[in-house]
Design a protein around this ligand. Structure first.
Ligand code: SF4
Length: 61
């Protein structure tokens, strides 16, 4: 099991995450920051976490 935490307020919009793992990340057209697909927004509204149970299905190649 893995857990991925995204501190969205720290995103600089470099697009590296999308280039590396397009199946998990997208860039927001609203604010230019990354969005972690399938993540659940936590209380403080800047922290998103993704675990295996709520992750989107991986594309098989
Ligand atoms: S675009 Fe992705 S890799 Fe770049 S700072 Fe934001 S979350 Fe990190």
């Amino acid at each position: 099991m893995f857990k991925l935490i995204h501190y969205r307020n720290r995103c600089i919009g470099c697009n590296a995450c999308v280039e590396i793992a397009y199946q998990r990340w997208r860039m927001s057209k609203k604010d230019g920051k990354a969005v972690l697909l399938g993540a659940i927004e936590k209380k403080e509204s800047i922290k998103f976490s993704l675990t295996r149970t709520n992750s989107p299905k991986m594309n098989k190649r």
